[in-house]
Design a binder for this molecule. Structure first.
Ligand SMILES: [Mg+2]
Length: 237
């Protein structure tokens, strides 16, 4: 997938945030493991509970969007559906605590992110393009220390082809010189390619299962690169 080319100048670089710039999904995985262990189901295996939680998450996100409030709703729904009992105040409080452990996590930048962005932002237009809850995502950006490197920040409800097309026109991006960089085939790579952009896939070992998808081949005239490390961006830009 990767072929070397000369460093490009003055591109527009669109960056995903969660699991591209900083750790995110590992905190959810820890909370889910704690939830499953708390549930300690007599009939279902841990894998079955996890499968059911994935179903609950899809349903909750469709109704309420991404974010910690949705995650809390999903845990509560999963608990109620699998145990077939009303949730007591005490049990509810325990489940809320699993969610709070995520919001209290420090921002942990992925390797070389700060120095790479600092360098790139001097030669390119860098825009943050994330999805989720506006307040949660802007709070994480503030705490990350990365905000000065971005000329604009977009928090989208979903990262689909139409959303990318709107973003391209809103920021007057020249598609052949615009790149979406992220860890998610489903939200970063494939819809960006469909919208006419170039894409850079930077896989993360613990990408959320709801973001898994086969990476599409780029349409003719567009480029898709796969980089194993964020810092490798400096070889291309
Ligand atoms: Mg991501």
């Amino acid at each position: 997938m990767t072929e070397p080319f000369a460093k490009l100048q003055q591109q527009t670089l669109l960056f995903d945030a969660d699991d591209t710039l900083w750790e995110n999904n590992i905190y959810f995985e820890r909370a889910i493991a704690a939830f499953i262990s708390y549930l300690d189901h007599r009939v279902h295996t841990n894998e079955e509970v996890r499968e059911h939680l994935n179903l609950c998450e899809r349903a909750t996100i469709a109704e309420y969007g991404y974010g910690l409030q949705s995650f809390r709703r999903s845990l509560v729904a999963c608990f109620e559906q699998l145990t077939d009992t009303e949730i007591t105040a005490e049990k509810h409080a325990r489940i809320v605590a699993f969610t709070e452990s995520i919001s209290m996590a420090e921002i942990e930048l992925l390797p070389k992110v700060a120095e790479t962005l600092k360098d790139l932002s001097q030669r390119h237009r860098c825009i943050l393009v994330t999805k989720g809850n506006l307040e949660e995502q802007t709070d994480k950006l503030e705490r990350s220390g990365l905000k000065p490197f971005f000329s604009a920040v977009e928090v989208l409800a979903e990262k689909k082809e139409a959303a990318y097309r709107e973003l391209i026109s809103r920021h007057v991006c020249d598609a052949p010189n615009t790149w979406m960089i992220g860890n998610s085939p489903r939200s970063d790579v494939n819809p960006a390619l469909a919208a006419g952009l170039n894409a850079i896939f930077v896989p993360h070992d613990f990408t959320w299962v709801l973001e898994h998808e086969v990476v599409d081949n780029p349409p003719e005239g567009q480029t898709l690169l796969e980089l194993s490390r964020f810092g490798d961006l400096l070889e291309h830009f």
